[in-house]
Design a protein around this ligand. Structure first.
Ligand SMILES: Nc1ncnc2c1ncn2[C@@H]1O[C@H](COP(=O)(O)OP(=O)(O)O)[C@@H](O)[C@H]1O
Ligand SMILES: [Mg+2]
Length: 252
């Protein structure tokens, strides 16, 4: 059974058909890249998958449950992880505390400010930090981390939810090219070790072609191609979209 199965997903904003009849599936342990030019509908897809947007039509099946229209919290409870940017409040906390807080949330516990919470899930937090290569930074304030390390912390926080599916919309935005590859290689290694399904968008084609098991290409709301790197590189419509040559995507 696929971890995620999407069928004929559809969403319009006024007259704009942002996503039209998109269908695909992601398997456990698979890294699936969703690419396409700006405005193709990638983020709209992500926002329907994570519960932020209600689809106009279609099905979203996550581990056997139709989640279309469920709120983000309910989707998260089903084991769907996503990376969030660390905001000011959390930046003042230590790297370890950020992960501990995520673990408290996963275990449905409340952060009791009047009680020393320092020990709660400390070992599990350290273990997660070690997995993303941040063990040495555990005691530092999140605010002082280098950008790449902050991104690794966001990943550790997402993993604290023990997700079966990780949704990453432009996870390496703002990173240097070498850091991007390192970050997504880390995601890929964690995904295969944990049997985690990963759906991500990425503009860096070295990352996409180097690390994705399979690639989906969207243009103007529709899925125009699906396959491995070789198939995608050779696909005439994909080449037309990216190189601006040859046939157009037709009809609109
Ligand atoms: N909240 C919104 N309200 C109106 N139009 C939107 C909204 N979100 C996205 N769109 C439109 O939907 C289309 C797809 O956008 P988006 O999903 O963000 O694409 P991508 O992530 O591939 O760049 C675009 O034409 C965009 O302007
Ligand atoms: Mg987007």
């Amino acid at each position: 059974m696929s971890v995620l199965r999407v069928e004929r997903l559809r969403k319009s904003f006024g007259g704009v058909q942002a996503v039209r009849d998109v269908s695909f599936a992601v398997e456990a342990g698979e890294m699936l890249a969703l690419i396409g030019p700006n405005g193709a509908g990638k983020s709209t897809c992500f926002n329907m998958l994570n519960g932020q947007l209600r689809p106009d039509a279609g099905h979203i099946d996550i581990a056997g449950r139709d989640t279309a229209g469920l709120p983000p919290r309910a989707v998260w409870r089903l084991g769907v992880g996503r990376t969030f940017q660390i905001t000011a409040t959390f930046a003042s906390m230590s790297v370890r505390e950020n992960v501990q807080l995520a673990l408290l949330s996963q275990h449905r516990e409340v952060w009791r400010l009047w009680r020393p919470a320092a020990a709660r899930h400390a070992a599990a937090a350290e273990a997660l930090l070690a997995q993303v290569g941040l063990a040495a930074q555990a005691g530092r304030a999140a605010a002082v981390l280098a950008y790449g390390d902050l991104k690794r912390l966001e990943l550790a926080i997402a993993l604290a939810n023990a997700p079966r599916l990780l949704l990453m919309d432009e996870p390496t935005a703002g990173m240097a090219p070498t850091e991007r590859v390192a970050q997504m290689r880390l995601v890929r290694d964690l995904a295969s070790a944990r049997g985690l399904a990963v759906l991500f968008t990425e503009h860096d084609m070295d990352v996409v072609f180097g690390l994705a098991d399979r690639i989906l290409v969207m243009n103007r709301g529709a899925l125009i191609a699906e396959g491995n790197g070789e198939a995608i590189r050779a696909h005439p419509e994909v080449r037309a979209v990216y190189l601006g040559t040859g046939a157009t995507s037709g009809g609109h």
